[in-house]
Design a protein around this ligand. Structure first.
Ligand code: ATP
Length: 382
């Protein structure tokens, strides 16, 4: 594998305002990357800088080893070999599907152009729709035309700017998986911009999560969920609640869930830790002697998502099958499944990207730190 796209310490400013700062990332040939983050974090700005629509004020961008952007020199967008798919598809309404797809191929001889268009139509499974006009197609079909048009000139990278946002939820996930399969089959390197983590997970090999114009973490979807590098990532990805826990005199983690059996060599008595609790870290267990009060519940079809009260007043989420129907204020018997909880040491603010998380049960100084075992719960069943 070789590097297809490389951003080195890229900063983009609008006047005095810094939209993205010091962004470094690499995408290997054939990989699908994603820029993910809340509204205004700088995803589109970065994508536009890669496409050449925005100049950069620091750093450099390389495409297949060629320098395409520096603050001093910008290769114009039309010379970058970048394909773009936009949020609103941006198809030409007065051109049929064939002519939309062939739009960027005017440099090719007529026969070659026709062949390329037909192969693109086949690629996106729209061969029967070559003569149709955009308004005669469904949203998903229009998006596939936009994709075929972007891929037709054989770009070195495909940039997808919120490509599914105008489609309904069910179609989005379906199309995301379908387009991933298509891009992978054809070895296309691509970057997707989205604020929807499900879309990011369905499509991308590598996700760069941005927070206020900076990289919070670049990683696989699995690692972003299971090994978040800071509290911002922990809270943005998946569902979960951060609770505060204290290390007791014996060096154990002591929290509203009870006392965990053993501590970590780093932890000092009295130290405050932050613990990420996901809904599946706390499980319904009919036979458990531990029960927590139900403060809130949301019906999710197959599941209930409960919010439960700990003895110290903090709240934790718990996902149960939906036949476990406890009324508000009632007690839910639970057990704790804490093998994979993530702990943050120190009072790291959520914007901070510097403190690595400690996953319990990871190797530390050559020693495997065992998963914590709940010795005693503090909430009586009542
Ligand atoms: P969204 O998901 O809402 O599209 P985004 O993550 O793509 O957001 P950007 O559109 O890149 O964010 O915007 C990043 C920041 O830069 C925002 O604070 C935005 O207001 C600002 N910004 C974007 N375009 C311009 C512009 N042309 N002039 C000045 N500020 C801009």
């Amino acid at each position: 594998m070789s590097s297809q796209l490389e951003l080195q310490q890229v900063t983009v400013k609008y006047g005095d305002f810094t939209a993205v700062e010091n962004i470094s990332m690499t995408l290997q040939t054939g990989q699908i990357g994603c820029l993910l983050g809340p509204s205004g974090c700088g995803k589109t700005t970065l994508l536009r800088a890669i496409a050449g629509f925005e100049g950069i004020s620091a750093g450099s961008i390389f495409l297949r080893g060629t320098l395409i952007s520096t603050p001093e020199c910008e290769l114009p967008p039309e010379r970058r070999k970048v394909g773009m798919v936009f949020q609103d598809f941006a198809l030409f309404p007065h051109l049929n599907v064939r002519r939309n797809i062939g739009f960027g191929l005017s440099h090719l001889p007529r026969g070659e152009r026709r062949e390329r268009v037909e192969s693109m139509l086949q690629l996106v499974a729209l061969s029967e729709y070559g003569n149709a006009y955009p308004h005669e197609l469904s949203g998903g079909q229009q998006q596939r035309v936009a994709l075929a048009r972007a891929l037709a000139p054989n770009p070195e990278i495909l940039l997808l700017d919120e490509p599914f946002s105008s489609l309904d939820t069910e179609l989005r996930t379906e199309l995301a998986a379908e387009i991933r399969e298509l891009l992978k089959r054809n070895g296309v390197t691509a970057i997707l911009v989205t604020h929807d983590q499900h879309e990011a997970f369905a499509m991308a090999d590598q996700v760069t999560l941005l927070n206020s114009g900076r990289v919070a973490q670049t990683d696989t979807p699995y690692n972003l969920y299971h090994n978040p590098g800071n509290e911002f990532v922990a809270e943005f990805i998946g569902q979960g609640t951060m609770i505060t826990v204290t290390v007791n005199a014996a060096g154990e983690m002591n929290d509203g869930l009870g006392v965990l059996d053993r501590g970590h060599p780093h932890w000092q008595p009295g130290e405050t830790l932050r613990l990420l609790v996901r809904p599946d870290d706390i499980e319904y267990d009919e036979g458990s002697h531990i029960a927590l009060r139900v403060m809130h519940k949301a019906f999710r079809g197959a599941n209930y998502l409960y919010e439960l009260l700990l003895t110290d007043g903090q709240r934790v989420p718990c996902l149960t099958p939906s036949h476990v129907d406890i009324p508000l204020g009632g007690m839910l018997p639970v057990r704790f499944n804490l093998q994979h909880v993530v702990v943050f040491e120190g009072d790291c603010p959520r914007e901070c990207c510097c403190t690595p998380s400690t996953v319990i049960q990871q190797e530390h100084d050559g020693e495997i730190v065992s998963p914590p075992v709940l010795r005693q719960a503090q909430a009586p069943r009542g």
